[in-house]
Design a protein around this ligand. Structure first.
Ligand code: AKG
Ligand code: FE2
Length: 354
């Protein structure tokens, strides 16, 4: 590649350090107690609580997702991304049907060094037709499956089923860790807007200038990420704001709390910024599973977690409208910040006078 498109260049302050900080990584949590007996989970629940409070991120092992299902989707993803661009573009997303292939995502208005394929776990995904609050019309986002590799669809569907089970278990542990009944969140996920993203980060000639994904927080409830052995994911450490690399652990999943859990927990658990470094030698693949509630969910702090001393810090917002706005915002390269939960935050001064 000759000239680099300036759209990829990060501002100085947001560029990656090519020799990142070596530090104690995010917590590694063994889910084995879940498979033996549910009575024996107190230690596990407190590990989850500590990880959510101190990092917003953790890794899990003994998670129950069969390795062969993970390998199958990873292998199919590699085959898909190895296709010529014109083949991949046959399942390209557009402004109305937003699932499928694209290679022009921007995070905070800087282009990401990656290509992706998005698919809904429930097909179709239903979202409000517009961001207008009075609008009742709903549109459907349908999956777009490529002709090749033919096994991609089944590999994704089987994988989705397994990771859904894991996500439910994690959500139960998170509920328990907040002092709530294990099934407290179930009702929000009767219909889902959950989607899987296949990520491919090609080698990049300017890893000191560009990022695979710019700094961001995940806007859904929970993310369950499979990364390969290349590494590159960095998490902003809460204690000092340093970017810490997440070392690949074979067959582990990286879990992070998204904005919705931040709001439900009324800031007890925060959604933490992360980004992806690229490198000039090796391509990298990753598969985030974005576990999201029904589009009609009104997201607001849970009643049980607020009281006079600890009032709600957010106004309720419609998840479907939030998702639709974020998704369409990606097409218009607006010179404004994307929609954030920050926009629904009740200011400290208002809280003080309430
Ligand atoms: O590829 C990764 O490791 C993480 C990707 C990510 O943060 C995202 O797609 O939201
Ligand atoms: Fe992310």
């Amino acid at each position: 590649m000759g000239e680099i498109d300036p759209a990829f260049i990060q501002d100085q302050e947001h560029r990656a350090k090519l020799s990142p900080i070596e530090a104690e990584g995010i917590p590694l949590i063994d889910l084995l107690p879940l498979t033996t007996s549910l009575d024996n989970t107190d230690g596990l629940i407190s590990e989850i609580r500590d990880a959510c409070q101190n990092w917003g991120f953790f890794q899990v092992i003994n998670h129950g997702v069969p390795l062969e299902k993970r390998q199958r989707i990873e292998y199919a993803a590699r085959k898909f991304f190895a296709l010529p661009l014109e083949e991949k573009r046959k399942v390209r997303r557009d402004e109305v049907q937003v699932l499928g292939y694209y290679d022009t995502e921007h995070t905070k208005n800087v282009r990401d060094w990656k290509e992706v394929f998005d698919l809904g776990v429930d097909d179709p995904i239903r979202v409000p037709a517009s961001t207008d609050l009075d609008e009742k019309e709903v549109i459907e986002w349908h999956n777009k499956w490529p002709e090749y590799p033919p096994e991609l669809r089944e590999a994704c569907e089987e994988y989705a089923e397994e990771v859904s089970k894991l996500s439910h278990k994690l959500l139960e542990l998170i509920a328990l860790s907040l002092g709530l009944p294990a099934d407290r969140f179930h009702g929000f996920f009767k219909e889902r807007t959950t989607f899987i993203r296949l990520n491919h980060y090609p080698p990049c000639p300017v890893p000191h200038l560009a990022l695979g994904v710019g700094r961001h927080k995940d806007s859904g409830a929970l993310t369950v990420l499979a990364q390969d052995d290349v590494g590159g994911l960095e998490v902003k450490r809460k204690s000092d704001g340093e970017w810490i690399g997440v070392k690949p652990t074979p067959n582990a999943y990286i879990i992070n709390v998204g904005d919705i859990i931040q709001v439900w927990s009324n800031d007890m658990y925060e959604s933490v910024e992360h980004r992806v470094m690229v490198n000039s030698e090796r391509e990298r693949f990753s598969i985030p599973f974005f576990f999201n509630p029904a589009s009609y969910t009104m997201v607001k702090p849970l009643e049980e977690l607020i009281d006079k001393q600890n009032p709600a810090r957010y106004m309720a917002y419609s998840w479907g409208r939030f998702l639709a706005t974020r998704t369409s915002g990606n097409f218009r390269k607006l010179n404004v910040e994307n929609l954030q939960i920050q926009h629904f935050r009740i200011s400290d001064s208002k809280l003080a006078t309430a």
